[in-house]
Design a protein around this ligand. Structure first.
Ligand SMILES: Nc1ncnc2c1ncn2[C@@H]1O[C@H](CSCC[C@H]([NH3+])C(=O)O)[C@@H](O)[C@H]1O
Length: 341
């Protein structure tokens, strides 16, 4: 097959491979086989699945190097044990389950593009399922903990700093900031359904005395008063530009003079066609969240400067996997003069 045909067929069939990964994860087969190798019949019995279909799934898992087959028995490969079993410290299992749930709204992409509307009904239903909420928040934690320490390295804070982490999820970045700065305290602002999840991650990290988790709505609530830094990590892309302006304005209001806003996330370059992952992340935001879409670094910088922040310093993190923008509230605490405020 020529290169072009191979490229097209590979892309067209990529979703099949992803479905095998999602389904093995969703059915708990990696966890099952982590206990001991089993024949297909026994996997089907224990997972409550159809024997012949389960065998087909297991064989596809072997072909994808997620499982191994020895005689009649199937086992997890080292890769699956390391990355696809929830108890592993390197687990991405919950994150993969979330990608599996998102594959349904993604399937509506043609309709999303036709109408310009997110696959709203489905997404709203996702948030009504507590297992999804737990997988979403802890799945983002599984993903983010790989880069959080490197992000924290770009956030210099004064002694005794107080930080607000807006939409802080499971507390991944709050934990990384506290580890880097031994005397910093963080207040995470999160949806009420997420608060207990964040509290348990924070307690597991032994930081319950320095990280508080408060229920709130980042679309409306204040972010504190006189704080040293406001963290907006992977939040702006899931909201409309108007909501983004409101969030950034409230960050400015919450900060003391000289305080910092730290924006962490995935950004498009000025062509909007790179990097490849962010072009997909942009579509994902559009599909999943009403009004959501990715910013270019330039657009995010303007958003911050329009709210009265200094021009942000931009850091690439984890070989460009994430970008951190750090901007300051002017020392006089006033919004920039050119807005006439
Ligand atoms: N209206 C809202 N108010 C507060 N938090 C919200 C709201 N809408 C979404 N969120 C939270 O925003 C987070 C976005 S995911 C980002 C999590 C974390 N800051 C990280 O970078 O990994 C999720 O944890 C949501 O629960």
């Amino acid at each position: 097959m020529d290169f072009g045909a191979a490229h097209v067929t590979q892309m067209a069939l990529g979703a099949w491979q992803a479905q095998v990964l999602y389904t093995l994860t969703e059915l708990g087969i990696f966890e099952l086989l982590a206990e001991k190798p089993l024949p297909a019949q026994e996997v089907a019995r224990r997972s409550g699945t159809h024997p012949l279909a389960a065998e087909g799934l297991l064989n596809a898992g072997v072909a994808l190097k997620l499982l191994a087959k020895d005689g009649e028995e199937y086992a997890d490969t080292d890769l699956a044990l390391r990355l696809l079993c929830e108890e592993s410290p390197e687990s991405l299992a919950r994150w993969v389950r979330v990608m599996g749930r998102w594959s349904r709204p993604w399937n509506d992409l043609a309709e999303v593009v036709r109408t310009g509307q997110p696959a709203e009904g489905r997404e709203a239903r996702l948030w009504q399922d507590p297992r999804y909420v737990a997988d979403f928040v802890l799945g983002m934690h599984e993903y983010a903990r790989r880069i959080a320490d490197e992000v924290a390295e770009h956030v210099d804070l004064p002694a005794g700093a107080r930080v607000t982490d807006v939409g802080g999820g499971a507390g991944t970045y709050a934990i990384a900031l506290c580890r880097r700065h031994p005397d910093v305290t963080v207040r995470i602002l999160e949806l009420a359904s997420v608060v207990p999840l964040a509290e348990s991650t924070v307690a597991e990290a032994g930081l319950a005395d320095r990280i508080a988790v408060a229920p709130g709505d980042y679309l409306a609530d204040p972010f504190g008063a006189g704080v040293s830094a406001v963290l907006l990590s992977n939040v702006l892309h899931q909201e409309s530009r108007e909501a983004g302006e409101s969030i950034v304005a409230r960050a400015h209001r919450a900060l003391r003079a000289g305080g910092k806003v730290v924006v962490n996330g995935y950004f498009l370059d000025e062509t909007r066609t790179r990097p490849s992952f962010t072009t997909l992340h942009n579509l994902s935001a559009f599909t999943l969240w009403g009004g959501g879409r990715s910013y270019t670094v330039g657009e995010a910088a303007r958003l911050l400067q329009d709210a009265g922040f200094t021009e942000p310093v931009v850091h690439q993190v984890a070989q460009g996997a994430s970008t951190v923008l750090v901007a300051q509230k002017g020392a006089d605490g006033q919004p920039s003069a050119d807005r006439g405020e």
